[in-house]
Design a protein around this ligand. Structure first.
Ligand code: F6P
Length: 357
């Protein structure tokens, strides 16, 4: 019997989404009789009933394309069951669209929020298969998410370029990288780019330790330094605050971005000339790296196999270089953060990289 497959991308985009969409579709067309319905703009399209019937040619020529051909939106999980001012029952609408379309399953490509919503729909009885994407690499239950290594390449190039100008001018250069609550991207790009200090949310920093690291470099005749700062980096005092205290504390600050605050503090305390670079959404833009094209395609093909076998309620993950199906209920509620025993973290430590602690 022909399977009707809905597919959507949700949350922040990243390189590799189209490669994964193509992987699912091409493999499904090969493996069984099927048709695809593209849901526009993530769960919003499912709520609003905004979709397009797709044909094989829609999946052609998109392997290298950045962004997502389906469009995406952020639809926070905490609001999904809330009826807001517009009076829309979001969950009921999503179920209605799924049923009206006669779907056999829904493929959701996304990060943490997407997987929480996917799990909610699974609990409501829909057949769901997830695919893990995000430049943050913070999805629990998978060693890698597609999009991450492309972002590491982009961020590393930024650090490389900042490196040469830092050297010429004898400056302390701060490069602020994305990653939300996780430090994977700053950690990997920091090590790849030969940074001197990497500050990540999982390791609260102390200013004194940062000053120490910079002075130590100066004492060795190195008159410039590269500090990679995670957008979510916080100091030891901030780490000890409650969520509410922390919000109020941040709102009262002159600079909302951590790298600008640090740049000012370093300049004031040590007199070093400082500059800040924030590549921002460039880290999520453009074509996926070769490795991400392969990873996204592998994930997509594995998802098609799961659809064929009707193994719903899972997300595709990779553990020790092996693809597997991980139950949504197991991985959706958790975040994967950098742990103290992480090999890349420890490698950096031995190489003299400082984490500000
Ligand atoms: O989750 C991906 C991510 O790029 C995070 O690293 C970052 O904190 C966030 O999205 C930025 O979100 P937005 O694109 O909504 O500004």
């Amino acid at each position: 019997m022909k399977k009707r497959i809905g597919i959507l991308t949700s949350g922040g985009d990243c390189p590799g989404l189209n490669a994964a969409i193509r992987g699912v579709a091409k493999a499904s067309y090969e493996l069984f009789d099927c048709e695809f319905i593209g849901i526009h703009d993530g769960y919003k399209g499912l709520i609003d009933g905004n979709y397009t019937e797709l044909t094989p040619k829609d999946f052609s020529g998109i392997l290298t394309l950045g962004g997502t051909i389906l469009g995406t939106r952020r639809t926070p999980f905490r609001k999904m069951r809330k009826i807001e001012e517009d009076g829309v029952d979001k969950v009921a609408n999503m179920i209605k669209t799924y049923e009206n379309l006669g779907l056999d399953c829904l493929i959701t490509l996304g990060g943490n929020g997407t997987h929480k919503n996917a799990n909610l729909l699974r609990e409501e009885g829909l057949n769901i298969i997830g695919l893990p994407k995000t430049i943050d690499n913070d999805i629990y239950g998978t060693d890698l998410t597609f999009g991450f290594l492309s972002a590491v390449d982009i961020a590393t190039e930024v650090i490389d370029r900042v490196h040469t100008t830092a050297d010429s001018h004898d400056r302390v250069m701060l490069v602020e990288l994305m990653g939300h609550k996780a430090g994977w991207l700053p950690l990997y790009a920091g090590l790849a780019g030969g940074a001197d200090v990497v500050l990540i949310p999982e390791i609260p920093y102390s200013l004194d330790k940062i000053y120490e690291a910079l002075q130590e470099r100066q004492s060795k005749g190195k008159n410039f330094s590269i500090i990679v700062v995670a957008e979510g980096a916080l100091n030891k005092e901030e780490a000890a605050m409650s969520k509410k205290e922390f919000r109020e504390h941040r709102m009262s600050m002159k600079h909302q971005t951590v790298s600008y605050r640090l740049a000012e503090e370093i300049n004031k305390e040590l007199g070093f000339e400082t500059r800040v670079t924030i590549p921002g959404h460039q880290q999520r833009g453009g074509s996926p790296s070769a490795y991400d094209r392969i990873l996204a395609t592998k994930f997509g093909v594995y998802a098609a196999q799961l659809i064929k076998e009707e193994r719903y309620g899972n997300t595709v993950s990779i553990v020790n270089n092996k693809l597997q199906a991980t139950p949504l209920e197991y991985m959706a509620p958790k975040l994967k953060l950098v742990t103290k025993d992480n090999e890349v973290l420890k490698t950096g430590e031995i190489m003299g990289l400082k984490y500000g602690n």
